[in-house]
Design a protein around this ligand. Structure first.
Ligand code: GL4
Length: 838
């Protein structure tokens, strides 16, 4: 390829290759040039926003140079690449991350200073890229950072939603959803108007025998929508590797709009097709851990899978290799079942278009895919109705039937005695209407299936995929415990702590090898270190207190114990348990004499998280938190002893302020329901302790930090089924302290009691599915232990420091190493150091 470049072009390029800025002066020149020319702003109207834009463009130029080089090297190297297919990438802001990953934040800070701007204000101008709901989407973002940082040749593939997750406003104590239009100015994406794929829907399948007598299927007719690529550079930390995140936008295939209609005066209907096509990538579905089965969602899934596979196959074909080499060049990871249609789509490409035999094709398919399961909640397991698939994707339905037939024949041969097995494991559920079980298709079409924490990976083998373990053997199933990127969640979110650690460890290597943190244990008794560590936590709390004051008007005392629960609102995550505990505390305070109150540990209970717009129970919990806050925060009996805060619009950039400021954070899901959780890791890494159930990654965090450094409570996963049974059939008594909390709610203490009737009823009268009552006593007792422990600040600090030192395991770099080794079989491509300096 290189030889094909004409000599004059090569010469010109060599002479004029753009040079990235290095010094403060060069940075300022670049930023100001962009403000003046790219943005057409001048000295007289250069505000924080224009400065953000100019700074971003200056950094973007740096990224592009490395990005081009990385892509070129990866192409020439001709080695295996990873494709991470995810409907969600919860990236947050890009500028700070880019500055830190290329190692030029100091340069920018000084430059901005000289230009008269504060770097925090400039960074704060950026709109979060919020193309995700919660943990699943943020995990994908952490993985992109780790893959680039570890020099793994990898692409992310997703959708370019025009509206990300909605913005949450709290109005009169209720959640109100506001659309998140984030694309007004987005310097981080490159529209590749020349990279397009036509995507087909509907139509029919024609089958015939070709001249050689072979059965051929042709998918004809229907409608075409065009996919357009938008590329986002993903810089690795302290390496020139800059990977690509390709997001697909949808647009009408037939040009802009129908000219004939337009010319005959039908202006409105002439644009209707265009609008319909653009609807596909218009909005992210705002559900976490819930499948709603909407037709447009299925369209999104196919649109994105088909465009991505076309792209991957096109890239592979350029290598001129034989099809059998496909799995040695391509690893595709399915982030949950959302991209499962990629399995029948690759089979369709190989059989219908490339003319491979079914078995040969299927062999390639199953060697290519890996599937990550992220939940066992039944309401989250995707199923699509057969009639809908028939209507939207007729050829894929046939292929799924054929996959199923072959699979069931295999099962029948191997388990002739288990008459019920075929019904249980069939991809097609025999319901009315019939449903396609996407998780089963994902398992059958992949060579590895992994869960995201040890307990979760065990649970999938004994519950939802039990039969498949019998069929394939246990080796197909594995565990990769989740992790987080220490670049964003320590270095960026908590720069002072990161610097303190760097001074003790003699540099920043721990950001690329988090296990080095263990060396901090040597400083647990170092007085200067302890003092500095504590001061940093206090400063982070002051910063959060300011944010609370600015956004809610409530003053909180930074010396109080900050108790934080921020995550999506969901019954299984049990924010209701937390707020009932807060009410219990309030009732206790009201009963106390003044002398008793003086002995109490002051607390601030901080909540944050979005409820899916149609999830009434979750919205009720938000309302209860707000009402409790309204009453408690203005009660003169209480004062600083208790404050209750609901922080509006929890997102990635807010998490960067909240996480470093917690003393204790809550990870209190009903045992067996939270697959992993990842914020638990972020809080501990930032020197906060946690209260948690024996669920998800809490269990492994306990193993790493030690039982004395975590507050565990509640029933175990193995007992959950029996306890639920007892609620429905057995003799069971509501916890008396919880009963008192319910009485207070019913008395109207927190406003209209009727508003909370269903919430209280779900526990008192309707089986308490999430076992709030069963865990209540253990929960409040554990909070009493926390109060006592916090009073001994010396011991508390020891626990915090020890925990940080033991968090090395939870880096997403470790996850990516595990995926690369056990699932992808891919090697890093170490870049030639002739790029920019790193
Ligand atoms: C989730 C799990 O609920 C969460 O525990 C896990 O940490 C995350 C990433 O693996 O995936 N599954 C779904 S669905 N949403 C999530 O956040």
């Amino acid at each position: 390829v290189e030889a094909a470049i004409p000599e004059p072009a090569r010469k010109a390029w060599t002479k004029f290759t753009p040079k990235p800025f290095e010094t403060t002066e060069e940075f300022e020149r670049e930023a100001i040039r962009h403000i003046e020319t790219t943005l057409a702003r001048s000295l007289y109207n250069c505000d924080d926003f224009a400065t953000y834009a100019g700074t971003s463009l200056a950094f973007r130029d740096r990224l592009i140079i490395d990005w081009n080089k990385t892509q070129q090297e990866q192409t020439f190297a001709d080695q295996k690449r990873v494709y991470y297919l995810s409907l969600e990438f919860l990236m947050g802001r890009a500028l700070d991350n880019a500055m830190l990953n290329v190692g030029k934040k100091d340069v920018a800070k000084k430059g901005l200073d000289e230009m008269g701007f504060r770097i925090e204000d400039v960074i704060g101008q950026e709109h979060d890229a919020a193309l995700g709901n919660g943990g699943l989407g943020r995990l994908a973002a952490c993985f992109l950072d780790s893959m680039a940082s570890l020099n793994i040749p990898a692409w992310g593939y997703g959708l370019r939603y025009r509206y990300g997750i909605f913005k949450q406003e709290i109005v009169d104590g209720y959640q109100v959803e506001v659309p998140d239009y984030w694309l007004d100015f987005n310097p981080w994406e490159f529209a590749r108007h020349d990279v397009t794929v036509d995507i087909q829907f509907h139509g029919h399948v024609r089958k015939y025998q070709d001249d050689s007598g072979k059965q051929v299927a042709v998918w004809e007719g229907g409608e075409i929508v065009q996919a357009v690529a938008y590329d986002v550079p993903i810089p690795g930390h302290n390496t020139p590797t800059t990977n690509n995140l390709r997001l697909w936008g949808s647009k009408a295939a037939s040009g802009e709009f129908d000219f004939q209609k337009f010319n005959s005066g039908e202006y409105e209907s002439s644009v209707a097709d265009q609008q319909k096509a653009e609807t596909i990538s218009a909005v992210l579905y705002p559900n976490d851990n819930l499948d709603r089965g909407k037709e447009l969602r299925l369209k999104q899934q196919y649109f994105w899978c088909a465009a991505s596979l076309y792209d991957i196959v096109r890239r592979f074909k350029k290598t001129k290799r034989a099809w059998k080499d496909f799995p040695s060049q391509v690893a595709i990871q399915l982030n949950d079942t959302h991209p499962t249609l990629a399995i029948p789509e690759l089979q369709r490409i190989l059989v219908d278009i490339e003319g491979l035999d079914w078995d040969e094709a299927w062999n390639i398919v199953t060697q290519t895919f890996g599937y990550t399961n992220h939940t066992v909640l039944p309401e989250a397991l995707e199923k699509w109705s057969v009639p809908l698939m028939q209507y939207l994707l007729p050829r894929h339905l046939q292929i799924i039937y054929d996959i199923n037939l072959q699979f069931l024949q295999y099962v029948e041969r191997n388990f002739p005695k288990d008459r019920d097995m075929l019904r249980r494991v069939s991809i097609v559920e025999e319901s009315q209407p019939q449903m396609v079980r996407m998780a089963y298709l994902a398992v059958i079409g992949s060579h590895k299936v992994n869960g995201v924490a040890e307990l979760h990976s065990d649970l999938i083998k004994t519950t939802i995929f039990k039969d498949f373990v019998a069929i394939y053997g246990p080796d197909k199933f594995t565990n990769v415990t989740n992790g987080i990127t220490p670049r964003r969640w320590l270095h960026q979110a908590n720069p002072r702590l990161s610097e303190l650690i760097a001074t003790k460890l003699g540099g920043h290597e721990f950001l690329k090898d988090l296990t080095l943190l263990h060396k901090l244990e040597a400083y647990v008794d170092d007085a200067d270190f302890r003092k500095e560590f504590q001061e940093i936590k206090y400063a982070n709390k002051v910063r959060l207190a300011k944010h609370i004051k600015n956004t809610t008007g409530v003053s909180v005392n930074p010396s109080s114990l900050f108790d934080v629960q921020v995550k999506r609102m969901h019954e299984y995550k049990r924010q209701q348990l937390n707020i009932f505990g807060v009410i219990h505390r309030y009732l206790q305070i009201k009963k106390m004499k003044p002398e008793e109150r003086k002995k109490l540990q002051p607390r601030v209970s901080i909540f944050g998280g979005k409820a899916a717009p149609g999830y009434w129970m979750a919205k009720t919990v938000i309302h209860l938190i707000c009402e409790v806050g309204r009453v408690v925060n203005s009660d003169p009996d209480v004062g600083d002893l208790l404050k209750v805060i609901f922080l509006e619009d929890y997102n990635v950039s807010k998490a960067e302020i909240i996480t470093p400021a917690s003393d204790i954070s809550e990870h209190i899901s009903t045992a067996g329901t939270e697959a992993s959780g990842t914020s638990n890791m972020k809080f501990v890494l930032n020197g906060g302790l946690i209260i948690g159930t024996c669920d998800g990654a809490n269990i492994e965090i306990t193993r790493e930090v030690g039982e004395n450094n975590i507050f565990l409570f509640g029933n175990l996963a193995e007992d959950v089924e029996d306890l639920r049974h007892a609620h429905v059939y057995g003799s069971y008594k509501l916890d008396p302290d919880l009963a008192a909390v319910f009485d207070a709610i019913k008395s109207g203490m927190f406003g209209d009691a009727g508003a909370f009737g269903h919430l209280v009823g779900s526990i008192m009268d309707h089986g308490d599915y999430y076992l709030v009552s069963d865990d209540f006593n253990s929960y409040i007792k554990t909070h009493e232990l926390i109060d006592e422990a916090y009073k001994n600040q010396d011991e508390w600090l020891t626990k915090c420091i020890t925990s940080v030192a033991r968090m090395g395991f939870f880096s997403s770099d470790r996850c990516i190493d595990e995926y690369a080794e056990a699932i992808w079989n891919v090697e890093p491509l170490v870049p030639k150091q002739n790029g920019t300096e790193h």
